[in-house]
Write a protein that binds this ligand. Structure first.
Ligand code: ATP
Ligand code: MG
Length: 286
């Protein structure tokens, strides 16, 4: 999947834009650090554009989960970058690491958690004890738990479909303007479907030219079946520039950031939105 046309054809969802592949850098930081490092302006700009697109396309959505079909699509990178951008914009923002098995967002933000999500959800710790400050930005993070026995029990009990989940989200909604959630791959783990009733909107992430189209279509169908609004699709790790031959052949320019990845996406989004009227009303709180 490498063009906006592919996205719309295979998912029936709007194309939200592209995140380019990070340029080779001296920095060993994860690509999401571009929003604070300024060593890759094109990457930083694409995350800012994606955040602006999210605000425009999902008015009223405050609990937002990033999802994808398979591992390594770029969910964690986009979740961290979007949450940091939101915090830098002055919104009270928290990032939740709901990938209990990999805990990549917690690792990326260097928050190994003596106390984390599961300790808070089970009542063993207060929310304040589990919230960590990013430090690079005014973002708060609720990391996944490091206690593997607790993780095992949570997985067995489907903790995200328990009343503890309702309590957690209710408390966080009172305290924060935006709650971003990093999730595990949809086709591998059922957790993302369990959190759907608590989420205002999903953003779907897929890796440019890599994730099999059938997998993307199957994962999108699973998300659609939850009836939670799906805002659209982000292509990650796109080449910085469109391959000219592909563009000539298809008539659609692959979205690389140097050719302004979001400009066409904006036009597309204005014409078509996956959020139907009922969804829009729900997102607007009506
Ligand atoms: N724009 C990008 N440019 C270069 N590398 C990237 C980019 N986005 C993500 N990566 C790299 O690709 C790998 C997978 O990214 P990420 O961890 O965000 O994916 P994921 O969908 O969360 O994977 P998982 O399902 O395994 O948690 C990481 O090594 C990350 O650094
Ligand atoms: Mg991840």
């Amino acid at each position: 999947m490498s063009t906006s046309r592919d996205v719309e054809r295979w998912t029936g969802l709007p194309y939200l834009g592209a995140i380019p592949r990070a340029q080779a850098r001296a920095s060993r930081l994860n690509p999401s650090a571009a929003v604070v490092e300024y060593d890759d302006p094109a990457l930083a700009a694409s995350f800012k554009n994606l955040h602006a697109t999210f605000l425009r396309e999902c008015p009223g959505a405050r609990v937002v989960a990033l999802s994808s079909a398979v591992p390594k699509d770029g969910k964690t990178t986009c979740s961290v970058a979007l949450a940091r951008t939101s915090a830098l914009r002055g919104h009270r923002t928290v990032l939740l690491d709901f990938d209990l098995r990999r805990r990549s967002a917690s690792a990326e933000l260097r928050k190994p958690a003596a106390v984390g999500l599961l300790e808070v959800m089970s009542g063993r710790a207060r929310l304040d004890e589990g919230l960590y400050f990013d430090g690079f930005t005014p973002l708060y993070v609720l990391p996944a738990s490091d206690d593997l026995e607790l993780v095992r029990k949570a997985v067995v009990k489907d903790v995200f479909s328990s009343p503890m989940m309702t309590e957690l989200v209710t408390v966080l909604r009172r305290r924060f303007d935006y709650i971003f959630i990093d999730t595990p791959p949809l086709l591998a783990v059922a957790d993302t479907r369990h959190i759907a009733p608590h989420v205002d909107a999903f953003l779907f992430v897929t890796r440019w030219g890599r994730t099999p189209k059938d997998s993307v279509a199957a994962a999108v169908d699973l998300l659609k079946s939850t009836r939670t609004p799906l805002a659209g699709v982000v292509l990650t790790q796109a080449p910085p520039q469109a391959p000219p031959r592909a563009a000539e052949k298809t008539g659609v320019v692959a979205r690389g950031v140097e050719c302004d990845p979001l400009s066409d996406a904006h036009g597309t989004l204005r014409r078509r939105s996956s959020l139907d009227t009922a969804d829009s009303r729900r997102l607007a709180g009506g």
